[in-house]
Design a protein. Structure first.
Lengths: 770, 165
């Protein structure tokens, strides 16, 4: 079923007399009036849309469930079908797409699987259109197609492109459907979807601000031409757009057929009730699996922009650390409050985030833990209170901010919440739900130029969709398995990546020692060694954490390993291949050994901790190591079972030296190279390590007195001081608590002015973004 | 609602539970009786008699003393502090703040740079178990991870009084 013919003809006529047209909301209201009403009544009653009782659900629960199941099944089906339209491996292989159904006011009702961070971002775009009188100009008509990827309106980063379609029934908007895909390129200053280099919004690439791009289910020709001329990967863009439209239209048909079966009144009641049900569902789940109280945790990530391999404007040449302290308060009524006071300021880099990406994206994580079911909608949002300090990196007070890789810190800022909730699960005995945290989901291998088919091209390897996961309280984390932002992700097939990228695989291996050590270890990451082949005018760059490990372990487990980079330029590989000489292959298991360099001559080799770089020229036969990180560990490593250490050694998950030093393992190697751990000798070695701990450990308060002295003297590296200065500036409470903890005088402070770094933008705050 | 026997929860605590049983546990609704079974098992396992009010972390418990105080206690018997305090301030700390100290646990290039981030290990002063690890920037206040509201938990969520002697 297509859209209603009656609706189409009716609206076509009215196009001529738009100013006299009746409103398209329910019962003669405008959508803007409906939005205001919903907000008001929800706030007044504490129930979504004022629904104190779920009449439809209570009177006819089977019908309610049938309606939900049809919609949810239909959305998942639409996603699975539509993604086959795409050619981009990001969408087709990795599943980086999602569809969501919304109320006329833009609240999400049901969502598909996939990148469900967008459950709220597309809703924000719809709300923007509703609140900005799109109903009057440019008009909202049956058959219209809208597009948005503007971060400050409602997006995570510009590469997540939304297609939004209204659904009409008898002249009224009964809802919207939104589809999003992660496109490979957005025409930013550098190639790749999450490029490094943008420091302002104006470098972030092509941004489409809630624009009408189609009428009568057909894309407008000027839109197609303009968008094709604005990005590097034109074919992928085109097919991604067809994917989104196909999915949206499938879902629109589904909704209309459901209304035909159930009646429009029942449908209207259902979409209200299912959101209120979602709100109640979260509260019930919180009471069922957590403990009321306060949970505190923190995440950090490095922004090392003073390095010569980061080419940005002078005001952005700042080494700093992004900071996200979080406090979860679970109230006795089951409401959850998430407070991020103390977060650091936004910066001239592309890792800023908008509030909606933050509040919406949290659910991509929560569906993997707190609400592991299909009832994901704005109900959970209405059940949660957020405090995001204004001016911080996730709530910028300046519209100029860049966002192309907002995920650099979103992942690491949310992950501690999972760790906090895990303390609750642990206390309740739901040990199966405990997770020590997540990997920093990098490296992002990106670049572009002319590819092996002589097309202008950009790449963004989604091998990063398979990182090591955090350890649990009953088992190790999964090795090279998943990413927090897309629970269904995988690493993709090498053969497909080789078709999509002018890069030959010289290896794909487990990366030992990358999962955090522990009684249960974090999942290990992996690494792929790529050789540039068949390209012209080709550039690439690195994106990930290096100087910092962004997530902690839990209850005695260590954090995952941090990152490093390896790249080689001007190599002798061509000659080595011709002469059949040894060449770098496989992994780089112990980076200290410089294994690749032992069978390679190169003009330039870069092996260091600078894991954020901007575009560097890569010629054929140059090398790039793509290292995907591990997850954090759980529990004291000295409690790891000897048989598990043996498996780690034989599987290549830990280097022998560290099995000995960290786990206290005593082992032998047989003549086939197989490791055997001796449990008794291991226990003796562990006793010795415990004694050593008691000797080297100092009472915490004694150490605090020394650390206080360093703070008083302001002894810390520049990035550390910069981080604190920006956090203190934004949140007075954080400064007060900091002073109180360290017993510092009330006059003690640290401001950006004291630091030898540019402070451009720090003192000029205007609320353009609002 | 599922209900698991004591042996299954013991297997869960010991990490010996069968993978498929664990998978089913993850996918099913939660068993409301878990907390009581769990605390009962832990109470039987600890070598002391104080009543466990709440398991607080691996090896750590909030227990009720005979005099009514609520105390954070290690399963080795060491008592850190009262339950509203931060036990880490009463622990032993070891800070990895140099490249050499980092190199003891990570190969070169895989450790954080101590100029940017340090690793703090907190040990029990009695049994030397590593109870928590923080990787934070220098100067970071010692994090008070968890302040449970035990009264609200028992009285309002479990709808029964907080255990007493």
């Amino acid at each position: 079923m297509a859209i209603r013919q009656g609706d189409l003809s009716n609206k076509q006529e009215e196009l001529l007399t738009q100013q006299y047209r009746r409103a398209i909301g329910w019962n003669g209201k405008t959508l803007k009036e409906m939005r205001a009403e919903i907000d008001q009544i929800t706030q007044e009653t504490g129930h979504y849309a004022g629904l104190k009782e779920l009449v439809l659900k209570e009177q006819d629960p089977i019908r309610f469930e049938k309606m939900f199941a049809k919609l949810r099944g239909g959305l998942v089906h639409a996603r699975e079908t539509a993604k086959r339209v795409a050619a981009s491996p990001i969408v087709e292989q990795e599943g980086e797409l999602c569809f969501t159904l919304y109320t006329p006011e833009g609240d999400s009702v049901v969502t598909s699987t996939g990148i469900i961070i967008h459950v709220g971002t597309m809703g924000a775009a719809i709300k923007y259109m509703v609140n900005h009188d799109y109903e009057v100009n440019p008009g909202i008509e049956p058959g219209d197609i809208f597009c948005n990827n503007d971060c400050q309106i409602g997006n995570v980063h510009p590469c997540d492109v939304h297609t939004i379609v209204p659904i009409f029934w008898a002249g009224e908007v009964v809802g919207w459907v939104g589809g999003v895909t992660h496109v490979i390129d957005t025409g930013a200053t550098g190639p790749g979807s999450m490029t490094v280099g943008p420091v302002t919004r104006y470098d972030d690439g092509y941004q489409v601000a809630c624009r009408k791009i189609g009428r009568n289910d057909t894309l407008l020709q000027d839109w197609v031409i303009e968008s094709q001329r604005s990005v590097r990967t034109t074919k992928y863009w085109l097919l991604d757009e067809r994917t989104r439209i196909a999915g949206c239209h499938m879902i629109r048909d589904l909704v209309l057929s459901l209304i035909a079966e159930e009646g429009v009144d029942a449908y209207k009641q259902f979409i209200r009730e299912v959101i209120e049900e979602g709100r109640r569902g979260l509260i019930n789940r919180i009471k069922a699996v957590t403990i009321p109280g306060k949970y505190r945790q923190v995440g950090f990530v490095d922004v090392p922009y003073r390095h010569s391999d980061v080419e940005v404007p002078p005001y952005a040449k700042v080494d700093t650390i992004m900071h996200a302290p979080s406090e979860i308060t679970i109230h006795r009524n089951g409401q959850m409050e998430l407070n991020f006071d103390g977060s650091s300021r936004w910066g001239w880099h592309s890792y800023n985030a908008t509030t909606v990406s933050f509040t919406s994206g949290i659910w991509v994580m929560m569906t993997q833990t707190l609400i592991p079911n299909d009832r994901i909608n704005d109900g959970a949002y209405f059940a949660t209170k957020f405090q995001l300090p204004y001016g911080a990196w996730m709530n910028p007070d300046d519209i100029r901010t860049a966002h192309s890789y907002a995920w650099h810190f979103l992942v690491s800022a949310w992950s501690p919440l999972w760790r906090g909730l895990s303390r609750a699960y642990f206390s309740r005995g739901y040990l199966e739900e405990v997770n020590a945290g997540n990997a920093n989901t990098s490296n992002w291998m990106q670049g572009g130029g002319y590819n092996q088919y002589n097309d202008i091209h950009a790449i963004n390897s989604f091998e990063a969709a398979a990182e090591g996961t955090g350890a649990g309280a009953v088992k190790d984390g999964l090795d090279h398995a998943a990413a927090i932002w897309n629970p269904e992700g995988d690493m993709g097939d090498m053969e497909i990546w080789e078709l999509a990228e002018p890069l030959v695989y010289l290896g794909r291996s487990i990366k030992p020692n990358t999962g955090g050590y522990g009684k249960y270890r974090g999942g290990c990451g992996y690494e792929t060694l790529r050789m540039v082949w068949g390209s012209r005018d080709w550039t690439m760059f690195f994106m990930g954490n290096g100087y910092i490990t962004s997530d902690c372990g839990l209850m005695g487990g260590y954090p995952a390993a941090s990152g490093y980079r390896f790249e080689a330029h001007g190599t002798d590989l061509k000659e080595r291949f011709e002469k059949q000489l040894p060449f770098p292959r496989g992994g780089d298991p112990n980076p200290a050994e410089h294994k690749y360099e032992q069978c390679l001559e190169a003009k330039v080799v870069k092996r260091d901790k600078q894991t954020i770089t901007t575009e560097a020229i890569f010629e054929d036969y140059d090398l790039y190591l793509n290292y995907l990180r591990g997850g954090p560990g759980f529990g004291d490593p000295l409690e790891r079972r000897p048989e598990d250490i043996e498996k780690d050694l034989n599987g290549g998950y830990v280097l022998p030296e560290y099995a000995e030093k960290v786990y206290g393992a005593v082992f032998t190697v047989d003549n086939r190279g197989k490791y055997h751990v001796d449990p008794e000798k291991t226990e003796q070695a562990r006793q010795a390590i415990r004694k050593e701990r008691l000797q080297r450990g100092r009472p915490t308060r004694e150490w605090m007195a020394e650390e206080r002295g360093r703070i008083e003297r302001k002894e810390a590296s520049l990035p550390v001081r910069h981080m604190y200065a920006t956090s203190f500036e934004i949140t007075e409470k954080f400064l007060t608590e900091f002073r109180a903890f360290w017993n510092l005088p009330e006059t003690w402070n640290l401001s950006e002015d004291e630091l030898e770094m540019p402070t451009f933008g720090s003192g000029h705050k205007k609320s353009h973004a609002r | 609602m599922p209900n698991y026997d004591r042996a299954t929860i013991e297997e869960l605590i010991d990490g010996t539970i069968d993978f498929f049983k664990l998978k089913e546990m993850l996918s099913s609704f939660k068993d409301p009786g878990r907390f009581d079974t769990y605390v009962s098992i832990l109470q039987d396992r600890v070598p002391w008699d104080d009543k466990i009010l709440l398991p607080y972390g691996l090896h750590l418990y909030i227990v009720l003393k005979r005099d009514g105080r609520r105390v954070i206690k290690c399963d080795c018997g060491h008592e850190f502090c009262e339950s509203h305090e931060n036990w880490k301030l009463h622990a032993l700390i070891y800070v990895r703040d140099t490249e050499e100290k980092m190199a003891e646990i990570y190969p070169k290039y895989l450790a954080p740079d101590p100029q940017w981030q340090v690793i703090r290990e907190y040990y029990c002063p009695q049994c030397a178990t590593q109870l928590e690890v923080e990787n934070v920037t220098p100067w970071y206040p010692v994090i008070h991870d968890f302040e449970p509201d035990i009264d609200a938990f028992y009285e309002e969520w479990l709808q029964r009084p907080v255990p007493s002697y």
